[in-house]
Structure formats: structure tokens, C-alpha cells
Design a protein around this ligand. Structure first.
Ligand SMILES: C[S@@+](CC[C@H](N)C(=O)[O-])C[C@H]1O[C@@H](n2cnc3c(N)ncnc32)[C@H](O)[C@@H]1O
Length: 369
């Protein structure tokens, strides 16, 4: 298998390089309105935003910032294929302007404009980002009536264009089964609160650049792609930043288009793409060895392993997992200034280290019946 990845320096308010109904998924995180680090970026998109701050008018700035994002969401609707999914990671902002403290609910504003554009809202994910910082509580210490709760979560909003996607041809149906996830992955990934992203993030590009760019964890993008797309689909990120979504698409054997307005990020994006080979290899082989351990633990406590995935010689809990085919990114080639191509190898059992080789089936196993 192969995948391709395109990087464009462009303004996502006009996705002229992307055809109508040409991508199967959007995974993205915009600059967050009313979070100070993005004030200048928004003021460049519309100078009236800078004026609103000079007038100390927070609500006006908030509204104008979202009007710029709305243009991108409309473009996302145009380029997304019917039945396909858009995932938007967004946090709300708390801010004091001219002595007045208030919350600016970015997620509520985005949900409302996505609905007006025509997207169907689906259940969202709350990403809990717990902090132990000593100054995390805001307000009046231990004295009642004037304190605010600490804000330690963000959202992953999920929308669909039109009705459910259909997989009609035999090839499409097989591709869907090959791209399935394991039962135990489903139980974690499809939970509405994600708390475990920190520990699974991998080093991509330089950490200080990633911090300055407000990158999201590799695992966040990787899961969303595996949850909502199949092999060979194309993922778009109109606010690519450091390139995390591209790295996740490389790891998951999907094509991608990444767009960012900031030309200076190009070197970081290239570094991310090159390191995505090793990050992807590790994530994908961990997936398979993690599944083998999971099956062994079930077997050890006497649970019956009913199904066999012959591709990887491993038991599964459900019949839907029996065609899963895990592919490992093997080579990345830079094809032009803007495009990369990735080759994949099938994850044979010897891709998994010797210590992970497990006796997967016992007397109850399908192999011994
Ligand atoms: C929150 S960051 C995205 C971080 C990214 N998810 C990552 O993991 O690195 C938002 C990005 O949007 C970009 N941006 C802002 N306005 C844009 C626009 N109109 N078109 C395209 N990109 C834009 C910024 O340069 C910034 O890199």
C-alpha cells in the first residue's frame, strides 16, 4: 500500500487548492478565539479585531474572530464528501478585559455556525487535560462567592455532512473491514471523555516549537483518523500547524492535505513528516502487540477466544475484527516541494518483537476445533 501527503501554504478561508467533495475527513484545531497567543493572527485576518481590543470590547472581538473561522468551516463543508466526518478540537477561553473577567465559549459558537452551514452535530468528546499547576485555581482563594472553577478540558467536536456514509461495493466493504479497530480499542476510543492522551504522545518535531504552536498530541489525531476513515481515504487539516495530522495520516495509511497560512512552519512540518516514520512504526506495532497481550490476558483468565484474525495470527473478541490488516509505514519519499509518498509493509508476526509472541489459542480456540 501507498499513501500521499500534500502540504500547502495558503489561507484556509479559501481552499482553492482542494476540489469540491474530494476529502473523506477533516481533523483540525483552529487558532482559539480570545486566547491571547492568537490575537495577532486574528488581527491580521481582520484588522477590525485589533480595533475591538483597543476599544476593550471583548465580545465584539470574539464575534469577529469567529466570523473569520466561519469562512473556513464553509470551505470545509464544500470539500468534504457527503456522509463524511469533520472533527474540530477547540478550547474555550477565559479572559479579563478592562477588569472584566468572563468566559468566551468557543465550542458553543462553533457548534452553532456548523449547524447553520448544514453539518449534523454528533456526540462530542471531552478531552480532559488535568494540570497540577499550583496557580490553577482562579478567584478568591478559600473565600466564598467570588471564585471560578478551573478550566481543564477542551472539546473534540464531531460533525457529519449529510447522512451516514455507505460502503456498497465488495471492495469498499472489504476495505472497511481491513480498517476496523480492535474491540478493546473501540472501548477506549469511543468513550466521551479522553484522559489518557498525554502518556501516549510521541516526540514529533522539537517540543518547544510544538508548545509555541499549541500542537495537539499525535494520539488525538491518530485515533480520530482510525475511528472515522478507512485505508486510502484523504484527511484534510486546514490549520496544520506543526504537521501533527499529517504524521497521524502517515501512521494510519491514509492520504492527507495539510494547509497552514504560516510559511515559517514549513521546516517544522517537514521535520514532523520525516519523524512520523518511526513514530508511526512504533504506534502501529504497539497496537498489534497490545492486542496480543489483551487476548492473552483474556485467555489466561479462562475466557473463550472465539475468532481468529488470520492476517496477524491473533485471536479477536468479535467477527468484525477478523479481517483487520495492520500496515506499517516503511519508507517516505519527498516527491516535490509540497508532496510526500509513503510505502507500507504488511505487519507480519515477525514485526512484533519476540517477547510479544504469545500462545494465542488453547483448547477452545478456533484453530484447535
Ligand atoms: C492551533 S494551531 C494548529 C496546531 C496543529 N493542530 C498542530 O498539532 O500543530 C492553528 C494554526 O492555524 C494557522 N492559521 C491561522 N489562520 C489560518 C488561516 N486563515 N489559514 C490557514 N492556517 C491558519 C496558524 O498558523 C496555526 O499554525
Amino acid at each position: 500500500m501507498k499513501s500521499w501527503h500534500k502540504i500547502l501554504v495558503s489561507d484556509a478561508r479559501q481552499l482553492s487548492g482542494v476540489d469540491d467533495e474530494s476529502v473523506e475527513c477533516i481533523v483540525t484545531s483552529p487558532p482559539y478565539p480570545m486566547i491571547e497567543m492568537w490575537d495577532d493572527v486574528f488581527s491580521k485576518l481582520n484588522p477590525l479585531i485589533g480595533n475591538a481590543f483597543k476599544e476593550n470590547n471583548g465580545l465584539k472581538a470574539f464575534g469577529l474572530m469567529h466570523e473569520e473561522l466561519d469562512k473556513v468551516w464553509m470551505e470545509c463543508y464544500r470539500v468534504l464528501k457527503p456522509g463524511c466526518i469533520a472533527c474540530v478540537n477547540i478550547g474555550d477561553a477565559v479572559r479579563t478585559i478592562n477588569g472584566h473577567f468572563q468566559m468566551y465559549s468557543n465550542h458553543a459558537r462553533i457548534i452553532s455556525s456548523m449547524g447553520e452551514i448544514g453539518f449534523t452535530q454528533l456526540p462530542d468528546i471531552l478531552w480532559r487535560k488535568q494540570t497540577n499547576a499550583p496557580n490553577k485555581f482562579m478567584g478568591s482563594g478559600m473565600l466564598p462567592a467570588c471564585a471560578y472553577v478551573t478550566y481543564e478540558h477542551e472539546y473534540i467536536l464531531i460533525f457529519r455532512k449529510g447522512e451516514k456514509r455507505k460502503f456498497v461495493s465488495r471492495t469498499d466493504k472489504l476495505r472497511r473491514r481491513q480498517s476496523a479497530y480492535f474491540w478493546e480499542e473501540r472501548n477506549i476510543w469511543f468513550s466521551d471523555v479522553w484522559t489518557d492522551l498525554k502518556g501516549t504522545s510521541q516526540p514529533l518535531a522539537d517540543k518547544s516549537v510544538r508548545d509555541r504552536s499549541a500542537s495537539y498530541p499525535f494520539e488525538l489525531a491518530y485515533r480520530l483518523i482510525c475511528m472515522h476513515t478507512v485505508y486510502g481515504d484523504t484527511i484534510l487539516d486546514p490549520f496544520l500547524g506543526t504537521g501533527t495530522t499529517t504524521a497521524a495520516a502517515v501512521a494510519s495509511c491514509r492520504n492527507s492535505i495539510g494547509i497552514d497560512i504560516e510559511k515559517e512552519l514549513q521546516q517544522t512540518i517537514q521535520d514532523t513528516i520525516l519523524s512520523s516514520l518511526n513514530v508511526g512504526k512504533k504506534r502501529v506495532t504497539d497496537r498489534l502487540s497490545g492486542h496480543k497481550e489483551f487476548i492473552r490476558a483474556r485467555y489466561d483468565v479462562g475466557k473463550r477466544i472465539k475468532y481468529l484474525n488470520k492476517n496477524h495470527d491473533v485471536g479477536t473478541v468479535t467477527a468484525q475484527e477478523t479481517d483487520i490488516m495492520i500496515c506499517v509505514p516503511a519508507r517516505i519519499k519527498k516527491m516535490s516541494e509540497q508532496t510526500y509518498e509513503v510505502d507500507y509493509e504488511f505487519a507480519r508476526p515477525d514485526v512484533i518483537s519476540k517477547s510479544d509472541q504469545l500462545p494465542l489459542f488453547g483448547n477452545n480456540s478456533p484453530r484447535s476445533r
